[in-house]
Design a protein around this ligand. Structure first.
Ligand code: PMT
Length: 397
């Protein structure tokens, strides 16, 4: 997912490097376009360093081949103008294209989202408000500035929202503007640990990355998210209720509690790699090395996904299928056996996808279709998956 950040020349431009970093923390790639005035407030060199050289600040630079400026706009999945001064808002509303930000804005076909920042009186003037209205009429998103103390010494509307909020607004726009707002989504993520004795356990290589990315994407789409996760090293995303568990039995109990609540979830997504077997007896003390242990008797764990689906309390149940072979056929079998709306099938045991990788390649398997998504970051895949799930929720409603 590529964000083109258009920076115009107001004092809030000094926050641009923080905005770039906030997007990068969410695994977005960022390119920047600067107006000539913006380049006086924030160093293009700093932005070049942060973005790996992806900065457009001079339409007539020696390296400009004549189409480079179009390429920036063309590659972007979303263009964010922050801060947008009164001058830049006027240029965008009236189709100017004589500096990098307005030119990129005009050349872009992706969604565009504008964050005005200026003195309160300027913000409230009719020309600015009319230009904002014009941009909104054309389908662009304009986020009203925050109120508070301004750099000019005034207090009132005109502040640029903080970088994290900018990222959240953009993520929500990309996720379909709150398509899951008011919905409850319960997600499992990560591995489980099945202890043999107090110091040894059976587990798998799941890191929780896929499930955590889904939790973020569901939250960004407006859902109220509960994330039940096994032992992982990541911190839970902000704004998501996280429930940490260890074993398959713990995970099953935590999920069951949520399913039986007065208001059960609208969607369940089983992204966890739940152990299928657990030791039949757990030794209360550490087994000694010289103690004979030829076999560890195992018993099946509860199938959490199948139980949720069979309960009939969750309208949209989604499973994953982690397969080493016959990926689609096995996913179809899981879809029908567990009565699911969708199975997200992925190949595991490969060098560059599945467990622990930042990227994955998945197939969305439903009763009537198989949609194969090309290899992408787990964050990008999660956004696409959540948008597909929002369609399923709409169809159920
Ligand atoms: O966490 P990462 O490192 O990012 O890796 C992501 C992933 C590979 C773990 C993820 O993409 C994935 O495939 N998750 C499901 C792994 C799995 O257990 O697949 P399965 O085919 O064995 O199980 C099928 C479904 O039943 C899954 O939705 C699983 O959560 C669920 N299940 C399985 C067993 C069980 N006892 N209870 C369950 O709910």
């Amino acid at each position: 997912m590529i964000v083109l950040l258009g920076i115009s020349g107001g004092i809030a431009a000094y926050k641009a490097p923080e905005i770039v970093r906030a997007f990068q923390r969410r695994t977005y790639q960022v390119a920047c376009a600067l107006t000539p005035d913006a380049a006086r407030f924030v160093s293009p060199m700093v932005l070049r360093t942060l973005t790996g050289g992806q900065v457009l600040d001079d339409l007539f630079a020696a390296e400009e081949t004549g189409i480079g400026h179009i390429t920036f706009a063309d590659r972007a999945d979303v263009m964010v103008v922050a801060p947008a001064t009164a001058q830049t808002i006027a240029r965008l509303a009236h189709g100017f294209a004589d500096e990098p930000v307005s030119l990129s804005f005009l050349a872009a076909t992706c969604p565009r989202i504008i964050f005005p920042a200026m003195n309160s009186n300027m913000w409230q003037q009719a020309p600015v408000q009319q230009n904002v209205a014009l941009l909104r009429e054309r389908g662009h998103t304009v986020i009203d500035p925050d109120s508070g103390e301004l750099a000019c010494g005034w207090t009132g509307p005109g502040r640029l929202p903080d970088p994290e909020r900018i990222v959240r607004e953009v993520a929500a726009l990309l996720a379909g503007s709150g398509r899951l707002s008011g919905r409850r989504v319960l997600i499992t993520a990560g591995p489980t640990r099945e202890f043999i004795d107090p110091v040894r356990f059976l587990s798998n290589p799941s890191t929780g990355k896929m499930g955590f990315a889904l939790a973020e994407a569901a939250r960004d789409a407006g859902a109220q998210v509960v994330l039940v996760h096994g032992p992982v090293t990541m911190s839970p995303p902000d704004g998501v209720e996280a429930v940490a568990v260890v074993s398959a039995e713990d995970m099953s109990a935590a999920v069951e509690r949520r399913i039986l609540e007065d208001e059960p979830p609208d969607v369940f997504i089983g992204a966890a790699a739940v152990a299928d077997y657990t030791p039949a007896d757990r030794s209360p003390s550490k087994l000694k090395k010289d103690q004979p242990l030829d076999a560890i008797p195992l018993q099946r764990t509860p199938d959490i996904l199948a139980t949720v689906s069979a309960s009939g309390r969750v309208p949209v149940c989604i499973g994953f299928a982690a397969e080493t072979n016959d990926v689609i056929d096995n996913a179809r079998e899981k879809l029908s056996r567990k009565g699911l709306a969708l199975v997200i099938a992925n190949q595991v045991g490969t060098a560059d996808a599945g467990f622990a990788h930042d990227h994955n390649e998945v197939h969305l398997v439903s009763k009537d279709s198989v949609v194969s998504l090309p290899r992408a970051s787990k964050a990008d895949l999660a956004r696409t998956i959540i948008s597909t799930i929002a369609d399923l929720v709409d169809n159920v409603a």
